[in-house]
Ligand binder design. Structure first.
Ligand code: SPV
Ligand code: MN
Length: 620
């Protein structure tokens, strides 16, 4: 197979050939034949090429310019506003199941279906061939990634979110050691949104390090390097003994002390991961995906594989998120998606300003009170509306973000959206207990995935949607990772979403700063803690001081008791759910031991105290 000279010119062909990589050439040829674009454009790391993508995103209509310089808006279709879990499948040989929780499909069937759906899908369109680097340049963490797409929005988003990687492909010296993503938005409708949503497919082909994504635009479905690459990375990490996680990385900097401690944190989508990494006074390395490795000195190092943020905009306001808010309201290159546009300005839900009664949104022309075809009111903006920016646009970006060695991790946090069970912060009793806490993470579903919101679901390490290996093996990898570390990070749990009986949140949005600074202080031996059946809890006096110093808030003992008392029955029921969730998985003995011990400790304290809700002071 060769290239048809009518669809690729000499300049673009030369850019491809200069890589000296037969694998890249054969992939591009194969998919050009299948998808039949009118034209192939190869994008290198050169500024001209990158600017071409941004310009064409506007010219083609996939993005529209807004009032502020560099700002644009992209709309995803009305039914393409979140990750599509149903049509995202891992292709497996011979119909093997990976795990009861992982959506799989026979590889031959999947590839055959794709062959049909992708036939001629790029007719009339331009095929972009792009090269990126997952992770800092010239780093042993990093993985080169080839992206083929016909969406200028996808290609432009990836410019903002990922490091350019044409040079990294040159360093491959012809090897096939890269990830590959093939995307087509398919036919577009009058609003430049994917028309054939009913044929939306995201198929992960582990055998070939490839992911196919068609008939969609929402970034969680379309951008190869985001959640599609995470699935390939988890599979690769499993073979190579490292971890690919749904985690932020941040530097925690206690005031008045000359130190920084780096933490990673895993939270399900829309549960405060970005806002934690963006806490005032701290620094951000990344907000979504981290690779973790055992470093030469026995410590744990991590890198952010991205260099941008695809963040939820709902609720971003000048008071709670001053840094992001400032970015969103000043000129810079950035993309809004699925917000309301009125007189070329973006408006989003809970932005702390009045939202106009009319405008243009993810449903088209909109006025307050409009109903969708199902008779449901159309909100001004989608709850999962987002912004896409380069991380270096932020004032609080950490100076180590591009360090090829990453940063040394001293703390790991697991946090879910849990209204009635877990305390706001606790430190695990040991590494294995911490892994157990991560594995037992539950959270209520949000608008980040299609389907019903507010359902309590189990998501080990907030990563269930992306795990492409048996769950038991995934958990075992975390246990083993700890055995290879001589300097173990401490593991913490957080819960920002605890509510009282009247359904009111027990904590303010910025209280998380106290939990994080307490955790950081624990690492440095600055706070004594109360050992309880569920882990080490903070003492009231320490929190009282932290609240005063960090938030100028008077933290009452009554609030402490409401928030930090141990809800024994709720915790025991949670354990029953976790047992059920892992049924059918081959769990490591260490996990089963932690589960048994956790249950035993809770039962013992129920017997001893003869009450359901036990204040931390009972354990002094
Ligand atoms: C998430 O949903 O976890 C996100 C956004 O970070 S995306 O995965 O791209 O949908
Ligand atoms: Mn995410």
């Amino acid at each position: 197979m060769g290239f048809d000279a009518r669809i690729i010119d000499d300049v673009n062909l030369a850019k491809l050939k200069a890589l000296g990589n037969a694998h890249v050439l054969s992939i591009v040829t194969e998919y050009a034949h299948l998808m039949q674009p009118d034209k192939i454009t190869v994008i290198t790391d050169e500024q001209n090429d990158i600017a071409y993508v941004q310009r064409k995103a506007i010219e083609t209509g996939e993005e529209r310019p807004l009032r502020l310089e560099g700002h644009s808006i992209h709309f995803d279709g009305y039914s393409d506003q979140g990750r599509d879990k149903v049509h995202t499948r891992v292709l497996v040989q011979n119909g093997n199941k990976i795990s009861p929780h992982i959506n799989t499909l026979n590889r031959d069937l999947g590839l055959a279906e794709l062959g049909e759906l992708m036939q001629g899908i790029m007719t009339g369109k331009e095929m972009l061939v792009r090269f990126f680097c997952l992770g800092p340049l010239n780093s042993r963490f990093s993985i080169p990634a080839l992206q083929i797409t016909d969406s200028f929005y996808v290609a432009h988003s990836e410019d903002l979110l990922y490091r350019p990687g044409y040079s990294q492909f040159c360093h491959l010296q012809g090897e096939a050691d890269f990830f590959c993503f093939i995307h087509s938005a398919g036919q577009l409708d009058a609003n430049d949104c994917s028309r054939n949503i009913h044929q939306r497919r995201v198929y992960i082909d582990l055998a070939d390090n490839r992911v196919f994504s068609i008939n969609n635009q929402y970034a969680g479905n379309s951008l190869g390097l985001k959640k599609l690459a995470l699935r390939l990375a988890i599979y690769k990490a499993n073979r190579e003994h490292w971890l690919a996680e749904h985690m932020f990385i941040m530097g925690i900097r206690p005031t008045g002390k000359e130190r920084v401690s780096y933490f990673t944190g895993a939270y399900p989508s829309a549960c405060g991961k970005t806002s934690t990494a963006m806490l005032p006074g701290q620094t951000i390395v990344g907000d979504d995906i981290a690779y973790l490795k055992v470093w030469d000195d026995g410590s744990c190092h991590a890198v952010n594989i991205e260099h941008g943020i695809f963040g939820i905009i709902t609720g971003v306001n000048s008071k709670d998120d001053p840094l992001i808010y400032k970015c969103l309201t000043t000129p810079r290159e950035m993309i809004f998606s699925n917000v309301l546009i009125h007189e070329d300005q973006p408006y989003w839900l809970e932005m702390g300003r009045e939202i106009p009664e009319t405008g243009f949104n993810h449903h088209g022309s909109w006025k307050n009170g409009d109903l969708d075809p199902d008779g449901k009111p159309i909100p001004a903006a989608h709850k999962n509306a987002r912004y896409t920016i380069r991380i270096h646009e932020l004032e609080n970006v950490d100076e180590q973000t591009e360090n090829p060695d990453g940063v040394r991790i001293d703390g790991i946090i697991y946090g879910g959206r849990d209204s009635d069970t877990n305390v706001p912060v606790a430190e695990s009793l040991s590494w294995n207990h911490g892994v157990f806490i991560g594995a037992a993470l539950e959270s209520e579903t949000t608008a980040a995935t299609l389907g019903q919101e507010g359902q309590r679901v189990h998501s080990p390490m907030a990563n269930l949607d992306f795990v492409a290996i048996p769950l038991g093996k995934y958990i075992r990898n975390h246990i083993e990772f700890g055995t290879r570390l001589s300097r173990l990070p401490r593991i913490f749990s957080t819960n920002y979403f605890l509510k009282d009986d009247d359904d009111r949140y027990l904590n303010g949005k910025l209280d998380k700063k106290v939990w994080l600074l307490w955790a950081e202080g624990r690492i440095h031996g600055e706070y004594d803690a109360i050992e309880t059946p569920i882990g080490f809890l903070p003492q009231y006096a320490d929190l009282q001081r932290l609240f005063r110093e960090l938030l100028a808030k008077n933290y009452s003992e009554e609030d402490y008791l409401k928030q930090f008392s141990i809800r024994v029955e709720k915790l025991l029921s949670k354990l029953d759910r976790i047992v059920a969730a892992f049924r059918g998985e081959d769990m490591p003995v260490e996990f089963s031991r932690e589960l048994r011990n956790q249950r035993r400790r809770l039962q013992k304290c129920r017997l001893k105290f003869k009450q359901d809700i036990i204040p931390p002071s009972a354990f002094h």
